[in-house]
Write a protein that binds this ligand. Structure first.
Ligand code: TXA
Ligand code: MG
Length: 540
């Protein structure tokens, strides 16, 4: 066991001596827990591999899970990131110091232990003045949350002490953390920015600066087997107390009845009185996500302290800051849900350029599992896929080269030369794509998604619509489609019109659909889908 110094760091001026002690320990290769505005971090000199190594050891953290490098002034980013796009400056201007972590290409000077072996690195400038002062007096600090790996993150000195006493060289007592959940993590290392972990800076705030931002599937859904994590942290069990948590998706009446089978409830403030014979722990007010982030991790620890074994938890709304609450709570529950409404599989289709992509992105943000059939087609016809044998038996061995690659042009040439051959190809590919799609959707529903959406341009043609619980079609006026297709595919107006005329008219879609989205812009989707959302996606 290590000797752990307890330092008092409530006020930058008054407690400057203890702040200096913490900085000294860090400069000399030690590890110290420090307060931030999100959760407590376990810090070490980000550029000292031996010091960083100690963090992994103290937390029992898997070595491939990278750390965030904390800075106190913007210029430090240039010693960490290989390139700093313009958008980072705009984000920093608005949200730094604050709970936002940005993933960027890494400079060689950042040791590979810090970045978990990745070529990218996470950077954040915390708002907490104590944290910033400690960095200022020492150096950029690598700091994950100061909990033992897998347990809830610490939001109060007592939590850190419980986890890190005897493991860290020092623990700074800076009282309670304000926000209570870890920072928002966004990667700019890809073409479109991707939100990897929701936190204090919301998706809408990010969009206000960046325009388009994608939400990673793993934010509200468990990772599929064999799926590659965009952020290594996504794949590990997280935030879990010892108590077994089940999240109840449904109204309060349903929750009250369902609670009979549990020894404890995790509910919103004011609801305790309905459960006189249970262990009750609250996590904020129902309609106030900031009170929920503040309390969530503490409430999970409290369940354990009070001996809860099997808890039923209320499900918060996933809007705005609520996305961060759901993300942590669902993981703490290992994606175990009890639901009032049955999860559904929705088919999503529409002609090219109508804006299906916007709609599927919107549904993803609402927590739907999205199954992209184009992507499945690419998987099926990817290098060495067993399905290539089926294709080559039907269209000639020479469509596959010696290295197991499909010649797409040769296949297209043979398949599109007659109606019969095209039908032959469809008869082979459509059932296989649908089989895989429905299998993935059913898995997603089983692990908690309210809805799984099959994004399929040929939903009706393949017969997939008949197997879906509901069908959503996306249509839009021709002139808007025309523009979108020209822009998206970089083609002339003539070619775009040709492409559109080869497609079905709107009635083909609307006649057979339960919901029709008229998508004039990415911004009217919300209204168009409000009935669908109310019926299938809202908790209450
Ligand atoms: O609010 C916070 O961010 C807190 C305080 C202490 O600043 N820190 C924190 O760190 O939450 P940690 O290590 O518990 O979470 C960092 C997350 C992990 O999920 C990790 O996988 C991800 O960020 N991450 C770090 N570097 C990454 C990279 N290069 N690419 C993708 N994900 C990365
Ligand atoms: Mg953590």
């Amino acid at each position: 066991m290590k000797e752990t110094q307890i330092l008092k760091t409530y006020d930058v001026e008054r407690d400057i001596e203890d702040i200096k002690k913490a900085a000294e320990i860090l400069k000399n290769g030690g590890i110290a827990a420090i307060p931030t505005e999100t959760v407590y971090g376990l810090a070490a000199d980000a550029f000292n591999p031996d010091a960083v190594e100690k963090i992994f050891k103290a937390k029992g953290r898997p070595s491939d899970n990278p750390l965030i490098v904390h800075i106190s002034q913007f210029s430090q980013i240039y010693s960490i990131a290989r390139s700093v796009p313009e958008s980072v400056k705009r984000l920093a201007e608005k949200f730094w110091p604050g709970p936002l972590t940005i993933i960027l290409p890494k400079k060689a000077a950042v040791p590979s232990v810090t970045s978990g072996g990745l070529d990218t690195v996470a950077v954040r400038m915390p708002k907490n003045p104590i944290a910033r002062k400690i960095i200022e007096l020492s150096c950029p600090l690598a700091a994950p949350s100061a909990n033992i790996s897998g347990f809830p993150s610490p939001t109060a000195f007592e939590h850190v002490k419980a986890d890190m006493y005897g493991r860290a060289d020092a623990i700074c007592d800076g009282g309670k953390c304000g926000i209570g959940v870890e920072s928002t993590v966004i990667t700019l290392a890809e073409e479109t920015p991707v939100l990897l972990r929701p936190g204090g800076i919301t998706l809408n705030q990010l969009k206000s600066v960046l325009g388009e931002v994608r939400v990673a599937d793993a934010v509200l859904n468990p990772m599929g087997e064999g799926e590659k994590a965009q952020s290594p942290g996504m794949k590990y069990k997280h935030y879990a107390p010892k108590a077994r948590i089940t999240v109840c998706k449904g109204g309060f009446e349903f929750f009250k009845n369902a609670a009979a089978d549990f020894d404890s409830v995790l509910c919103f403030e004011g609801e305790e009185k309905f459960f006189p014979d249970k262990i009750t722990v609250t996590f904020g007010k129902k309609d106030d996500p900031l009170t929920q982030t503040e309390r969530l991790f503490e409430s999970l620890r409290e369940l354990d302290e009070r001996g809860a074994e099997n808890a039923l938890a209320r499900c918060p709304s996933a809007e705005d800051l609520g996305l961060a609450v759901c993300n942590r709570l669902f993981r703490a529950a290992g994606f175990r849900f009890l639901r009032e409404k049955k999860g559904i599989i929705a088919g999503l289709t529409g002609p090219t350029g109508a804006g299906k992509g916007y709609v599927s992105e919107y549904l993803r943000e609402l927590g739907c599992y999205i199954c992209d059939t184009d992507k499945i087609y690419r998987e099926l016809t990817g290098k060495n896929s067993p399905f290539l044998n089926v294709l080559s038996r039907n269209f000639g061995q020479d469509i596959i080269d010696g290295e197991g690659n499909l010649s797409r042009s040769l296949l297209a040439h043979r398949a599109f030369k007659s109606k019969d051959s095209q039908e032959k190809l469809n008869k082979l590919t459509h059932p296989e794509i649908l089989r895989i799609s429905f299998e993935r959707c059913r898995n997603a529903l089983e692990s908690g998604a309210d809805a799984a959406v099959i994004d399929a341009p040929l939903l009706f043609e393949s017969g997939g619509d008949k197997k879906c619980d509901v069908v959503i079609s996306v249509i839009c006026p021709e002139e808007i489609r025309l523009k979108r297709i020209m822009e998206r595919d970089g083609i002339t107006e003539e070619r775009a019109r040709e492409r559109m005329s080869a497609q079905h008219g709107d009635e083909f879609y609307t006649d057979k659909s339960d919901y029709v989205v008229r998508s004039y812009s990415p911004y009217n989707i919300c209204e168009e889908l409000s009935d669908f959302q109310k019926k299938y996606l809202s908790g209450e």
